[in-house]
Design a protein. Structure first.
Ligand SMILES: Cc1cc2nc3c(=O)[nH]c(=O)nc-3n(C[C@H](O)[C@H](O)[C@H](O)COP(=O)(O)OP(=O)(O)OC[C@H]3O[C@@H](n4cnc5c(N)ncnc54)[C@H](O)[C@@H]3O)c2cc1C
Ligand code: FES
Length: 284
């Protein structure tokens, strides 16, 4: 039975700053009351405000950046939970559970280049991932900036959140928007095909993807067709975040590395899964 990570704790945190980001998101920085070690990118925290303005059940968010003990989250306003967090002010108190989940595989510079495919707020697990890949986490060979490509798609320019922050990291960045308001006019899979055709992307790459399911499914299909490794960071609904409520099932792939059990728990076995391990297809 998968268990919550040993380093996960529940504690309070003080909001230090909150800034608008893009059309409908904020960047929220908070400092927890206890010291955290370095958190692997694409792990997450369950967050809520303690003043009663948040729903009872906290909501999950990827760690966007970590500066010492200051944690930064990119929060897109979707409903009550995210609206309450986005309305927080410096000095407000949060309840925070984490770090939870597994995080990206070790992003080493020993194999084919990494291509990170983000859709909208699905960009959230990538800034820390890029920083850790460039630094060489856990003794891994650091990646050179040219070995890291972000392919960032969104409905419209204002949903390419914190694009300048990505450009500052010095990696290759390609953007696409559905309405043509920035970058390539089309979706990320069409952009990937164009990058291959123009020779801007090597034939052999390793994919990491996070965003709308339909986008990740399409990226997974391209990776499978070309025999390339691919990992998803999934965003299911979550109740507890620690493996108790069964609220976050992800169908496993028959004959895949997760064995015969039909579902995995996204919160404790994910949120990162190898594309060989799970099925994220849409119905209809
Ligand atoms: C591991 C993980 C990491 C995440 N990281 C981030 C992050 O870094 N930044 C961020 O903005 N969001 C992130 N999310 C999604 C975020 O948790 C949800 O948007 C949030 O829980 C919505 O809460 P709410 O109360 O505002 O909306 P609700 O009132 O609960 O829902 C409002 C609407 O949003 C939809 N919705 C709710 N949750 C999701 C979801 N997970 N995926 C798609 N649609 C959803 C609902 O179906 C409903 O239509 C993450 C989710 C997971 C599981
Ligand atoms: S969110 Fe409760 S089991 Fe995963």
């Amino acid at each position: 039975m998968p268990a919550p990570p040993d380093d996960a704790r529940c504690c309070t945190a003080e909001v230090r700053s909150i800034e608008p980001c893009g059309d409908d998101a904020v960047l929220l920085r908070a400092v927890p009351e206890r010291e955290l070690g370095t958190v692997r990118a694409s792990r997450f925290f369950m967050l809520k405000r303690t003043d009663g303005s948040s729903p009872f059940v906290p909501r999950p968010f990827s760690l966007y950046r970590q500066r010492g003990n200051e944690l930064e989250f990119l929060i897109k306003v979707m409903g009550r939970g995210t609206a309450a967090l986005a309305a927080a002010r410096p000095g407000d108190e949060l309840r925070l559970v984490g770090p939870l989940g597994n995080g990206w595989p070790t992003l080493d510079g020993d194999g084919p280049p990494w291509v990170m495919v983000a859709g909208g707020v699905g960009s959230a697990p990538f800034p820390l991932g890029i920083e850790q890949a460039l630094a060489g986490m856990d003794g891994a060979t650091p990646c050179r900036p040219e070995e890291l490509t972000l392919v960032f798609g969104a409905r419209t320019a204002g949903m390419l959140y914190d694009l300048d922050g990505f450009l500052e990291l010095g990696v290759r960045v390609h953007t696409a928007t559905d309405d043509g308001s920035a970058g390539f006019h089309g979706n990320v899979v069409q952009l990937l095909q164009q990058l291959w055709k123009s020779g801007e992307l090597p034939e052999r790459v390793r994919f990491l993807t996070c965003g709308p399911e339909r986008m990740m499914e399409a990226v997974g299909a391209v990776a499978e067709e070309r025999g390339l490794p691919c990992w998803y960071s999934l965003e299911t609904l979550m109740g507890c975040g620690v493996g108790i409520c069964n609220g976050c099932p992800v169908p496993t792939r028959g004959g895949g590395p997760l064995g015969a059990w039909p579902n995995a728990k996204c919160c404790v076995e994910g949120p990162v899964f190898s594309a060989a391990a799970v099925t994220i297809g849409h119905e209809g």
